[in-house]
Ligand binder design. Structure first.
Ligand code: NAI
Length: 725
C-alpha cells in the first residue's frame, strides 16, 4: 500500500500545477509512508521542472483536506523508534520547506477539514483559501492528544501570529475553527462560498503573485509582538506561566510545556534550526507514555463509544420527540435545557406551576447569555425557549415518548411520580431516572413496564458536562438501552453504559478516591499537602474541596444504607479510615460541607477562604508525612483498583466506557488516558504496565491498608503479561 502514489499531478495551460491529495488506500489522507514518498517525489519534480511552472495549488479529492498523522501508528510507536520518528519529522518538514522556498507561489485550496498535519501542510503555503462548506474547519488539536504539531506547526504559527496569540489562541487550546473564525484569527487568508470556487480563486492568486514569499523569508521580517529578548515582549511574559498553570491544571502534562518551550526557543534561531528543535520535542512526546494514553482515550475509546460500540445490535435508530422532565430543580432544569437545545419538545413538571416556571428560568438565563455572546441568534434562542412548557398537571405529559425523572432522591417519591404519568405518556415511552445513588432495579419495581425503565445519570452542570451514564437495571431491555444511547447522542452527550449497582460506576469510584484523601487527613497528614497532591496528580479539583461541594452528609447516608444492606445480606463490612473523620466533622463540629457554611474549608459569603484550622488541631500530627508520590498514587490507585472490581462484579461493560467515563464524568486525570489506561500504561518505581501496577499496589497495601491489594483478576492478567481489554 505504501508504494501507491497519494498525490495527483496536473498542470494546466498556464503552467499551474495542481497537486491533488488522494490516498487510494483510505477514505482520508493521512501522513503515512505513502504520503511522505509521494510528497518527496512531487517536490523533487517541482524543483526540477521549475522553469515551466507558474505556481502550485494543493488540494484534496477527499471530503476532508487532510486528516493529519496516523494516530494508530503514533500510539503504537516504541521508545526505541525515537530516531526514526525524529528523521521522519525532519523529512516532512524539509519537503514543506522546499515547497515554500522553491521560488513559485503555492496556494492551499482547503476543501474540508484541515486539522493537525493538514493545517501544517497549508501553513507551508503562501496563501490559504478555504471553502465555507459543511465540515470545513482548521486547527492544531495535537495538545489534546498529548502531542505538539511536529510538521512545522509551532514554528510557523509563532512566526505568523506572534508568540502570544499562537500559544494562547491556537497551540495550547487545540480548538477547531470554522472558516470565518479561522480568517479572523489569521490562520487562513480567504474564504470562498463553495468547493468549486476554490481552484479559480487559487489560480487567480497565483497569477497575481508570481513572487510570493512567506513573511519569515522576507527581508526585515520580525516576529509579530516581538521575541522574549525584546522589551515589549518581556511585559507579556508574566501572563505565560499563569496561563500554562491553568492549562495544565496543576499536573505535569508534558505537551503544553513542550509547546511553550518550542515556541520560545524557536524565536531565538533561524527557521531551519527552529524546525529541528520542534522535531526534538515532538519525538520526546511521541515516544512518551502520556501521548499514548491520551490518544487511546480521546481518540480510540471515544471513537468506540461514538460509533455505537456498546449499543445492543439489531434495534432501529430512535429519535425522541417529546420529553417529560419530572422535577424542575437544579438537574431537571438543566436536562430540560439540553433537550430543548437539541430540538426536542419538553414538558417541565414540578409540584407547582411556579416551581416549573422557575426551572424554565434557568434556560432563559442560559439563552440570554448565549445570545449576548453571539453564539446563538435571538430567533434560535426564542425557539429553544418556546419548546419548554412548564406544567403542574401530569396530564400535560400526554404523548411524551421519553420521561426523565429528577425529583428528590427518595424511592417512594420517585415511584409516586412515575405512577402519576405512566398512563398518560406514549405506551412505549422510555422511562428514565436521573437518580445518582438509588438502584435502578429497585426504582423499576414502581412502574408497570420495567423493561422500558433505565437509569440516565446526568452530571452537574448538565449543559456543560459531556457525559451521560446510562444504567441498565436487571429488567431493562436491550431495545430500551439502544433507545437511551440514541437519545444521549441526540442531545449531544457521550454515553457510557453500566449495569446496575450501588453508585453505578462513576459515583462509586469517585467516592473511593475521596475516601482515600479523607483517610489521609485522619492519619495526621497535613491537609494542604493532600490537596496539593491531588492537584499535582492531575485532578481538576482538590479532593477535600470537592467533598465540601458534594456535602459530607450525602456520602455518609449512602455508606449507612450500604452497610445495612450488606449486613442484611450477610456480607462482611470493613470500615475505611475516612469514616471516623467524616463522622467527627459532622457530629462533633457541625461541619457538613459548603452548602451549610463549612466543611473541610471555611467559607465567607459563600466563598471558600481557607482550610478549617480545626483540621490541624484535631487530626494533623506535626511532622508526620508520607512520600508525596505515595499521596498521589493512593488516590489514583484507589480509583483504579475499584474500577477493576467494577469489572469483576459486572458493573462495567467495556474498557472504553471506564476510560471515557472516568475522565469526562469524575475528573480522573486526563494525562492517564482514563482509569484503565492508567493501569495498562502504568510507569512507576515498581515497573511498567499491569505488572508494575500490581507490584506497586502490593507496596501500597503493605503501607496503607489491604484495600490496595490488587484483585485476583488483575494479578492473573499481569502474570500472563496481558493488558486490560
Ligand atoms: P433539587 O432539589 O434541585 O430538585 C428536585 C425538584 O423536584 C424540586 O424542584 C422539587 O420541587 C421537585 N419535586 C419534588 N416532588 C415532586 C413531584 N411530586 N413532582 C414533580 N416535581 C417534584 O434536586 P436535584 O439536585 O435537581 O436532584 C434531582 C435528582 O437528580 C436526585 O435524584 C439526585 O440524586 C439526582 N442527581 C443530582 C445531581 C446533582 O449534582 N445535584 C447529579 C446527578 C443526579
Amino acid at each position: 500500500m505504501s508504494e501507491q502514489n497519494t498525490l495527483r499531478w496536473e498542470q494546466d495551460a498556464d503552467g499551474i500545477v495542481v497537486l491533488t491529495m488522494d490516498d487510494p488506500s483510505q477514505s482520508a489522507n493521512t501522513m503515512n509512508a505513502a504520503y511522505v514518498k509521494s510528497m518527496r517525489a512531487a517536490v523533487d519534480r517541482l524543483v526540477k521542472e521549475k522553469a515551466s511552472i507558474t505556481g502550485v495549488v494543493i488540494t484534496s479529492a477527499k471530503k476532508t483536506f487532510f486528516a493529519g498523522g496516523d494516530l494508530k501508528d503514533l500510539r503504537d510507536v516504541k521508545k526505541e523508534a525515537a530516531k526514526q520518528v525524529f528523521d521522519l519529522g525532519q523529512e516532512i518538514k524539509a519537503q514543506l520547506r522546499t515547497l515554500e522556498t522553491f521560488g513559485k507561489p503555492v496556494v492551499a485550496a482547503i476543501n474540508g477539514a484541515a486539522l493537525g498535519g493538514g493545517l501544517e501542510i497549508a501553513l507551508a503555503c503562501h496563501r490559504r483559501i478555504i471553502a465555507d462548506v459543511k465540515g470545513a474547519q482548521v486547527g492544531l488539536p495535537e495538545v489534546t492528544l498529548g502531542l505538539l504539531p511536529g510538521g512545522g506547526g509551532v514554528v510557523r504559527t509563532v512566526r505568523m501570529l506572534g508568540i502570544t496569540d499562537a500559544l494562547m489562541k491556537v497551540l495550547l487550546q487545540g480548538q477547531k475553527y470554522r472558516p470565518q473564525e479561522a480568517k479572523e484569527l489569521g490562520l487562513v487568508h480567504e474564504v470562498v462560498p463553495s468547493v468549486d470556487a476554490l481552484l479559480p480563486a487559487a489560480k487567480a492568486w497565483v497569477k497575481a503573485n508570481p513572487n510570493a514569499q512567506q513573511p519569515w523569508d522576507q527581508k526585515g521580517y520580525k516576529i509579530p509582538g516581538g521575541t522574549p529578548s525584546h522589551p515589549a515582549f518581556a511585559a507579556n511574559l508574566p501572563a505565560f506561566p499563569a496561563n500554562l498553570r491553568k492549562q495544565l491544571k496543576g499536573t505535569n502534562m508534558p505537551a503544553p510545556r513542550a509547546i511553550m518551550a518550542v515556541a520560545v526557543e524557536s524565536t531565538q534561531v533561524d527557521v531551519d534550526t527552529a524546525f529541528t528543535i520542534e522535531s526534538r520535542y515532538f519525538t520526546e512526546l511521541v515516544v512518551g507514555q502520556v501521548a499514548k494514553n491520551m490518544i487511546q482515550a480521546f481518540f480510540f475509546d471515544m471513537q468506540h463509544i461514538s460509533s455505537g460500540g456498546g449499543r445492543p445490535k439489531g434495534h432501529p435508530q430512535h429519535t425522541a420527540k417529546k420529553v417529560g422532565v419530572l422535577g424542575a430543580g437544579m438537574m431537571g432544569a438543566g436536562i430540560a435545557y439540553v433537550c430543548a437545545k437539541a430540538g426536542i419538545d419538553v414538558v417541565l413538571k414540578d409540584v407547582s406551576l411556579a416551581s416549573a416556571e422557575k426551572g424554565k428560568g434557568y434556560s432563559v438565563k442560559l439563552v440570554e447569555k448565549a445570545v449576548a455572546k453571539g453564539s446563538v441568534t435571538k430567533e434560535k434562542g426564542d425557539a429553544l425557549l418556546a419548546r419548554i412548557t412548564p406544567a403542574e398537571d401530569p396530564a400535560a405529559l400526554a404523548g411524551c415518548d421519553l420521561v426523565i425523572e429528577a425529583v428528590f432522591e427518595d424511592v417512594k417519591l420517585k415511584h409516586k411520580v412515575f405512577q402519576e404519568i405512566q398512563g398518560v405518556v406514549a405506551p412505549d415511552a422510555v422511562l428514565a431516572s436521573n437518580t445518582s445513588t438509588l438502584p435502578i432495579t429497585l426504582l423499576a419495581e414502581g412502574v408497570s413496564r420495567p423493561p422500558d425503565f433505565v437509569g440516565m445519570h446526568f452530571f452537574s452542570p448538565v449543559d456543560k458536562m459531556p457525559l451521560l451514564e446510562l444504567i441498565a437495571g436487571k429488567q431493562t431491555s436491550d431495545a430500551t438501552l439502544a433507545k437511551a444511547i440514541d437519545i444521549a447522542v441526540q442531545i449531544g452527550k457521550t454515553p457510557i453504559v453500566v449495569n446496575d449497582s450501588r453508585g453505578f460506576f462513576t459515583s462509586r469510584v469517585i467516592g473511593t478516591f475521596l475516601n482515600e484523601a479523607i483517610a489521609m487527613v485522619g492519619e495526621g497528614i497535613a491537609p494542604a499537602s493532600i490537596e496539593q497532591a491531588g492537584l499535582q496528580a492531575g485532578y481538576p479539583a482538590a479532593p477535600l474541596q470537592l467533598v465540601d461541594e458534594l456535602t459530607l452528609t450525602l456520602p455518609r447516608k449512602i455508606r449507612q444504607e450500604t452497610k445495612a444492606a450488606m449486613e442484611a445480606a450477610g456480607q462482611p463490612w470493613v470500615d475505611h479510615g475516612s469514616y471516623a473523620v467524616m463522622d467527627a466533622l459532622i457530629d462533633q463540629h457541625g461541619r457538613k460541607g459548603r452548602s451549610t457554611g463549612g466543611g473541610f474549608y471555611d467559607y465567607a459569603d459563600g466563598k471558600r477562604t481557607n482550610l478549617w484550622p480545626g483540621l490541624t488541631q484535631h487530626f494533623t500530627k506535626p511532622g508526620h508525612t508520607i512520600p508525596f508520590e505515595d499521596m498521589k498514587e493512593r488516590m489514583l490507585f484507589a480509583e483504579a483498583i475499584d474500577t477493576v472490581r467494577c469489572f469483576d462484579e459486572g458493573v462495567l461493560r467495556s474498557v472504553a466506557d471506564a476510560n471515557v467515563g472516568s475522565i469526562l464524568g469524575i475528573g480522573f486525570p486526563p494525562w492517564t488516558g482514563g482509569v484503565v489506561q492508567y493501569i495498562n500504561g502504568y510507569e512507576g518505581p515498581t515497573g511498567t504496565g499491569p505488572r508494575g501496577f500490581v507490584q506497586r499496589a502490593r507496596q501500597l497495601a503493605e503501607r496503607y491498608g489491604k484495600h490496595f491489594l490488587p484483585p485476583a483478576s488483575l494479578v492473573a492478567k499481569a502474570e500472563r503479561g496481558e493488558r486490560l481489554e
